[in-house]
Each structure stands twice: as C-alpha cells, then as structure tokens.
Design a binder for this molecule. Sequence first.
Ligand SMILES: NC(=O)c1ccc[n+]([C@@H]2O[C@H](COP(=O)([O-])OP(=O)(O)OC[C@H]3O[C@@H](n4cnc5c(N)ncnc54)[C@H](O)[C@@H]3O)[C@@H](O)[C@H]2O)c1
Length: 444
Amino acid sequence: MALKKKSSKPASALSRRDFLMTSAAFSATALVSGCATTPKRSNGIVIVPPGGTPDKLRVGLIGCGGRGTGAARNCVQSSANVEIVAMGDLFQDRLDSSKKSLLEKVPDKINVTDERMFTGFDNYQGVLACDLDMVILATPPHFRPQHLQAAIEAGKHVFMEKPVAVDPVGIRSVIASSRAAGRKGLGIVAGTQRRHQPHYLEVMKRIHDGAIGEIVAAQCYWNQGKLWVKPQKPEWSDMEWQCRNWLYFCWLSGDHIVEQHVHNLDVVNWALKAHPRRVMGLGGRQVRTGPEFGNIFDHFAIEYQYPRGVRVFSSCRQIHGCSDRVSERIVGTKGVVRTDSRNAVIEGENPWKFETQGESVNPYVQEHADLIAGIRSGEPLNEGVRIAHSTLTAIMGRMSAYTGRELKWDWARDSSELDLTPAAYSFGDLPVVEVPTPGVTKLV
Ligand SMILES: NC(=O)c1ccc[n+]([C@@H]2O[C@H](COP(=O)([O-])OP(=O)(O)OC[C@H]3O[C@@H](n4cnc5c(N)ncnc54)[C@H](O)[C@@H]3O)[C@@H](O)[C@H]2O)c1
C-alpha cells in the first residue's frame, strides 16, 4: 500500500506537535508560577488551562493483535480527546479484525480511513508518515528496536509493549533510541503495567523507605500451562507461519523467559534498584517438542547475582498440568514482601497489607493515562532504558540456559554480538533454527 504523504503547511503556522509542545511548556511554566487560571494566547493558539479540554492527541497503532487492539482501547479510554488515526500490521486479516473490534467497542474514538491502514513489513513507515503525536508499538518483540528507532526519529511519543528486544544488539538500539527520545523531549512508556498499579507502587515505596531492612535475596516466578499455538498451513510460507506463530521462535519472541517472565524480573530490578551483575541458568524443552513449538524451551531456572552479594532465583515454565505460580518475593533483614498482580503483603517487623482506596485501577489503562498526562504537562515519562535493562536481564537468563555458560552484565550489554535478525524480511523460505543445546550452542 502506498505511503500517505504528510500535508504541507505554511512555514509560519505552528504544527500540531509545536502546539502540543508549546501548550505543554506553557502549562509546566504556568503551574510553577501558579498563574494558570485563564486561557492564554500564544502565536494565535489558545492554550488550554488545567481542567480545560486538552488538544486532541492523534495516535497510531503498529501491531494490531490481541494486545495492540487492547492497548489502543485502553489508550483512548485513559484520557480525554485521544483518537486512533492510523493502523499497521503485517497481515490484512489482523488489521481488519482489529479495526472492527475497535469500532465495536470505542466507535467515537476511531478515525482510521483506508488510506491510513498499512500492511507488509514496511507498515510502520506508513503509520509513522501520518499526522500523529504518539504511536503504540505492539508487534512481536523482535521488531521493537526497529520500530522504536523509526518512531523517535519521526518525533512521536511512544507506548511500547514489553519486552523491547530479543538480543543484546536490539537492546543497545533501544537504549540509544530512549536516550534520543530524552534529548527530543519525547515520552516512552513500556507495557510493564505493574509499574502503574497502586499496590506495586505502594509496596515499592515501603521497600525503598526501609520497611524490610536491607534486601538480601529475592525469588520470582511465571510458571503456567500452555498458550495458543498455530500449526503451519500449506498456504503459508515459512516466514508467514513463524510471524503468525511467533511465540515459539526465539528470533521473534526471545523465548518465554523474555516474552512473559520479563514482568517479574522487572519487579525484582525495581525493588533492588539494580540489574544483575552475573547470570547462570538452566533450561530445556521437555514437553513441547513438536514442530509447531518452533525452537524455544518450555522451562528455565536461573540464578542472578546482584550487587552486594544479593542472589535472585527466577523460574518460568509453560507446561500443562503443573502447579501455577506468577509472583515475586523480596527478602530483607527485617521482613519479607510478597507480590502478585492482585496484591502486596509485608510480613516481619513492619507488617502491612495493601488496602484498595476507592475504585480499583486498571493498570492497562493507567499506564496510558500516565504517559499522556506527562506528554500534556511537558514532562513526558521515559521508561525506555529501564525496560531495556529488564529485557536484557531476561535475555541473559536465556543466553545462559541455552549455552550452559555463566555471563556478565557488562559483556552482554556492551559486547555480545548476538543478533537474531533473519537474512531478509520477505515471505519465503526460512528454515527453523535448531533448538539450542547447552554445552554445544556457542555464546556470542
Ligand atoms: N503487557 C502485557 O501484559 C502483555 C500481554 C500480552 C502481550 N503483550 C505483548 O504485546 C506484544 C504483542 O502480543 P499479542 O499478544 O498482541 O500478540 P498477537 O499475535 O495477538 O499480535 C501481534 C500482532 O503483530 C502483528 N505483527 C507481526 N509482525 C509485525 C510487523 N513487523 N509489523 C506490524 N505488525 C506485525 C501480527 O500480525 C499480530 O497481529 C508482545 O510483545 C507481547 O509480549 C503484553
């Protein structure tokens, strides 16, 4: 599909971005000086006072699957005057079903004409060429570094789903793009919704204020049963099948330790205010051995070494018929914290249990509300480096389990040349990379 050209405008006119930035800068200054009680005019533009209707935020969606469609809905529901105006996906059927679902659920927030719908590997370029303020990146994680770089270069604020890369080369790209976003005043929020959930926010404040003393150890888990799988169809090329069945190909998902368990590892990094220094782990493929399960493992058990001798045990499993556990446990000299997606508890010298105050918060909506409030206040959040570090924490666990080797953070972050990108993005043959064997698979 042809890319839509941006409309040209007189040099003297402020762009919508200038307007948003001007209005944001004004409100930040005005809030500091305490004088933002009446609308002001700047270059002929009405600046909206706090409490007034904000300027419309135009949002694009790249990756229109389950989470992308959900994130688009959460985004438009999170804040006033937000509209989805462009959409892109690799496949027409996913694009169409996403738009249909959005039109059913939030019809007055969807303004996506046929000219602003894009497919194929270059769909993101079409979306980013539209008149947008912000973009949601929700493809399989492999594409995140490329799409984030393009979004920041195009001057868009970003909401991006976790994880944000599948290899160290991708992580370095995300870190560079996040720093570029900071220099340009662009916001980035990652889909680690626990960071925007009241009980996690409250318990982290307590941990950091010393409620459990000095942290000496932690454990985290994502142990669950099976997930969806899409066996190959004769009409699909290898590339199409792998992209549709992306969970099971390491180059696309990073394996489930990266794709899913990153949530729990992110909580541990948050509690410890650190990332690991060294990693050693085990894993294997015990049950999901058929070709439909590509080349990923079905279980991992990893030991992470953090500063001050703190050891963290992590385990994740996707095997049906076993005990499920998705949670974190932080151990301090004065107590223990237990968290999961619903609650937080402290046991020990300063016992505490989270009590909901008022209406419960939907963290999938709140993360968008926080991003948009930051954009509109002129102080956008930038979670890019933080989520890159949590993603690298998970990638290092996988690299150690795949190779049987212990590895160090600095080497993985700065020197590892592991890059899982295929030779070409084209719909044709793409042999499945061998399942890794510890002791044989090389650490690169
Ligand atoms: N925060 C959370 O709790 C949460 C929950 C679920 C998924 N996720 C994350 O969201 C992302 C998407 O997961 P999902 O469950 O929506 O998967 P999905 O398979 O439902 O959707 C992925 C979509 O991306 C499309 N796609 C693939 N390659 C693309 C490309 N190059 N350009 C554009 N579109 C492309 C696919 O066709 C599909 O429509 C993943 O990173 C996943 O880890 C996060």
